[in-house]
Design a protein around this ligand. Structure first.
Ligand code: MRU
Length: 352
């Protein structure tokens, strides 16, 4: 496992390791309401596709708890109960769904929460407990899936000892262990002294702040580079593979991931370096036919103007700040998942 907890459900609150403060401070943010969780996702206290999904599951639970709290000691009828849940569940779903649009894991997790049956008179009484059990099990399921992906990836990549990664697809971006970094952890656990080159990942520096922090914490060799150095690195050093995460993988095998992923994939192909996306099946969206149909989140231009309150551009400047890009299937050597390594979109459909 990774040596830190990204999130934890303790005494009715969701505790999040504040990713906006890393690597300098390891602070916990306590979320006690649906609104707290929505804010934490929007402001990227918690980020990374699977971690957003897990946090949203607890946000959903907190929303349900608040909804039912006022009714507990009242003698309300089944009909009242039904009406409260009918409307309230929709509001909770929508509040969480609109926090960040690109990672499909958020929607996946909310749909998993919606499966909990609430419409029968007997079921409605212990609905809250069932929702709680569901959120806890989704978090555990994500960790277990990552461990499995790690094993499959380590088996597949064999003696791979030097990789390039982008953004943070680690324990911080998931319930724990990580996807791309999970594979790296599993390779390391087999006694291979794996070396990782991590891009800094402009503009929010998930690579410089988060990937470097979590790899160093788990004693995995990491060297930081700027995003613009990837081509030169792959031309001049022996890089065995590029391993990245994914926010959404569409039916045609396109991978939507952190801005900059596409450029790295093209450079990898040109340099003869295999390029793998590593993701759980909850990242696969077969309802969307291609990457270009996915809504790409555009974030505040201030993120590009500077960092941490330090602005280095002039104030009046036209700025474009998409948070993600699309890597077409043709640049992807494989997608490492808990169901095995998927080579193309045909296999994606066959394994579903
Ligand atoms: O904007 P972020 O930090 O949430 O973006 C994260 C990424 O793009 C990750 O690579 C992706 O979510 C996969 S995490 C296992």
């Amino acid at each position: 496992m990774s040596s830190f907890k990204t999130m934890e459900w303790v005494d009715g609150s969701l505790l999040l390791l504040d990713q906006t403060k890393l690597p300098h401070r390891e602070e916990i943010v306590v979320c006690s309401s649906l609104e707290d969780v929505c804010m934490a996702i929007k402001e990227m206290v918690v980020r990374g596709a699977p971690a957003i999904g897990c946090a949203a599951a607890f946000g959903y639970l907190l929303g349900i708890k608040a909804l039912l709290k006022n009714q507990k000691h009242k003698n309300i009828t089944y009909k009242n109960h039904y009406d409260i849940l009918f409307e309230g569940r929709k509001t909770i779903y929508q509040a969480l769904h609109k926090t960040r649009p690109t990672a499909v894991n958020l929607e996946w997790a909310l749909k998993q929460m919606e499966i909990v049956n609430w419409e029968d008179q007997e079921l409605i009484n212990d609905y809250e407990e069932k929702v709680e059990a569901r959120a806890i099990s989704l978090l555990q399921q994500d960790i277990d899936t990552n461990l499995k992906i790690g094993e499959i990836g380590a088996n597949f990549l064999g003696n791979c000892s030097c990789v390039l990664t982008h953004c943070n697809a680690g324990g911080l971006a998931t319930g724990g262990y990580g996807t791309a970094l999970g594979v790296i952890r599993s390779i390391k656990n087999r006694g291979i002294d794996i070396e990782v080159f991590a891009t800094e990942t402009r503009p929010l520096l998930q690579g410089a702040r988060l990937t470097a922090w979590e790899l160093a914490k788990d004693s995995i060799q990491v060297t930081l580079i700027t995003d613009g150095m990837c081509g030169a690195l792959m031309r001049t050093r022996k890089i065995d593979a590029v391993l990245v995460g994914a926010d959404r993988i569409t039916a045609n095998g396109d991978v939507v991931n952190k801005i900059g992923t596409y450029s790295i994939s093209v450079l990898a192909k040109e340099s003869g370096v295999p390029f793998y996306a590593v993701a759980p099946w909850s990242t696969i969206d077969l309802h969307t036919s291609q990457g270009d149909d996915v809504e790409i989140e555009e974030r505040d231009v201030k993120e590009v103007m500077g960092f941490g309150g330090n602005i280095w551009t002039q104030q009046e400047l036209k700025i474009f700040n998409p948070a993600f890009d699309v890597t077409p299937e043709k640049y992807i050597s494989g997608i490492i998942t808990e169901k095995g390594v998927i080579r193309n979109s045909r296999e994606l459909l066959d394994r579903s």
